[in-house]
Write a protein that binds this ligand. Structure first.
Ligand code: NDP
Ligand code: 2IT
Length: 440
């Protein structure tokens, strides 16, 4: 199957990487169900239901006409409406969005909520663009996408380069085109249907998942040194929850470089990063200039930041085999992924061979889409739940996902293989739903 996919999609390495990881780890469980093979289920689950590709033309501040590509991958809707984020970044292409939509399908299955898998985006980068340019781009993107989505069809949200600002502009245009006010986007502003705790959910959820993993070894977070990559939505709220629970955040980064603060950043310094990223749209280097800490230009945190725990929260393939070996050599005991597929296959092999705690993104970062699911539920009911209620549900979901990983991932020597656990648990639910619904 993999060699066939490689032949059919030769220029899609990230997509093949994600599929290969899942297919290899579920093989045993799959083979216990000969009916799956008769229905060629695995191939139908790996190839997206449909893909929309379109040109997005918009006018920049100087009056130049600019063209970007726009995409939406509707991967699988066996267990609920298509659901997944939108990424705006210069690196976006079909391979990256197909890997993300594929992963999303398994992740959403794990959340216990009724959501299928999707992902969309554009090679437009908001970095360096004015607010008006971002708005015009979002509007142009939606004039095409709006006809393919809907509250029970496909519900987009944020991802890299798409935060509250971009969701607001896209949702506004959707509302105008569709002439309806429904829950067709999640991550909306609190004034217009957004859920409390949605901005925090991915980061907080990852910390809740990490706590569950640490518990299996009788450990907690107090005083632990944590290296985080990225300084966007996921990274900053991960840091916030870690500080609240008494851990030390020793590193953060962006695509230009990383900071190292061995004594751990303070709450006041984290507030500065929130402002730097969301209001001034500045660089992490400016943090180092403001506070006089070490800054490593062009480097990720993994080699220089001595840490007990790593929480990669920037992008795919940001920890390679060398990075993994450096982390382990420096005493790292746990890796919990905020980003999607941040560890290369070689890095994962290193973590598992060293028997450290290792949680793949589709389990550890599922808190974001879980609260998106809760936002959809609130929109359907036309009600708003309190922060406490959403946070409590988020904790319950993350604990449930952890339990599913243990159930399907515990090996004979007691080591929990979270990769296998998450993949088998996520796969089984979607597979059974697909079998029941016939060949579509
Ligand atoms: P943001 O755009 O808010 O932040 C992304 C951060 O990662 C920025 O600091 C950015 O730096 C850095 N980054 C992005 N691309 C690269 C790159 N190629 N190399 C190095 N650094 C990079 O995005 P999010 O925080 O929302 O997303 C981060 C990760 O979490 C992604 O993998 C996303 O798929 C995943 N995720 C997000 C969820 C969400 O709800 N938002 C839910 C689940 C997973 P710079 O500013 O320099 O670009
Ligand atoms: O990767 C992800 O899970 C997200 N970007 C969030 C998706 C969502 O629909 O909330």
């Amino acid at each position: 199957m993999i060699s066939d996919l490689k032949r059919r999609f030769p220029h899609e390495p990230e997509y093949i990487q994600a599929v290969e990881e899942v297919v290899t780890s579920i093989e045993e469980a799959y083979n216990e169900h000969p009916e799956f093979e008769r229905y060629n289920l695995i191939e139908r689950l790996c190839i997206p239901d449909r893909i929309y590709t379109f040109r997005v033309s918009w006018v920049d501040d100087k009056g130049n006409v600019r063209n970007n590509m726009g995409y939406r991958i509707q991967h699988n809707n066996a267990i609920g409406p298509y659901k997944g984020g939108v990424r705006f970044h210069s690196s976006v292409n079909l391979s990256i969005l197909k890997f993300l939509a594929f992963e999303q399908t398994f992740k959403n299955s794990l959340t216990t909520l009724a959501m299928g898998g999707a992902k969309g985006g554009s090679d437009f980068s908001p970095r360096g663009k004015s607010d008006m340019e971002v708005m015009r781009f979002c509007q142009a993107f939606m004039t095409e996408l709006w006809r393919h989505i809907g509250p029970d069809t496909d519900v987009p949200a944020g991802d890299i380069g798409v935060g509250g600002r971009e969701v607001g502009y896209m949702y506004g245009m959707y509302k105008k085109m569709a002439l309806e006010f429904t829950g067709t986007f999640t991550g909306k502003g609190l004034e217009f249907g957004g859920s409390k705790i949605r901005p925090e959910a991915t980061g907080y959820g990852n910390v809740y998942f990490l706590l569950e993993m640490l518990k299996t070894r009788g450990l907690d977070l107090w005083g632990k040194r944590v290296a985080i990559s990225g300084s966007g939505n996921v990274a900053t709220y991960t840091a916030e929850k870690l500080l609240e629970l008494g851990a030390k955040v020793v590193s953060m980064s962006d695509s230009d470089g990383s900071i190292y603060v061995p004594e751990g950043i303070t709450r006041e310094q984290l507030d500065y990063i929130f402002k730097l990223k969301n209001i001034y749209r500045g660089r992490i280097r400016e943090f180092a200039e403001e506070y006089g800490c070490q800054y490593f230009e062009g480097e990720r945190p993994w080699h220089h930041a001595v840490c007990d725990i790593a929480m990669p929260s920037a992008t795919q393939n940001e920890i390679d085999g060398d990075d993994a070996r450096a982390l382990i050599a420096n005493g790292c005991i746990a890796v919990s992924e905020g980003a999607n597929m941040p560890s290369t296959p070689e890095a994962i092999r290193e973590f598992q061979a060293a028997h450290i705690l290792y949680a793949p993104g589709k389990a550890a970062n599922a808190g974001g889409v879980s609260v998106s699911g809760l936002e959809m539920a609130q929109n359907s009911q036309k009600l708003n739940w309190s922060s406490e209620e959403v946070d409590r549900k988020l904790k319950e979901i993350m604990t449930d996902i952890h339990n599913q990983c243990v159930k399907y991932g515990k090996e004979s020597d007691g080591y929990i293989n979270y990769v296998r656990g998450a993949n088998v648990a996520g796969f089984m639910k979607v597979a059974k739903a697909m079998m029941a619904q016939g060949v579509l």
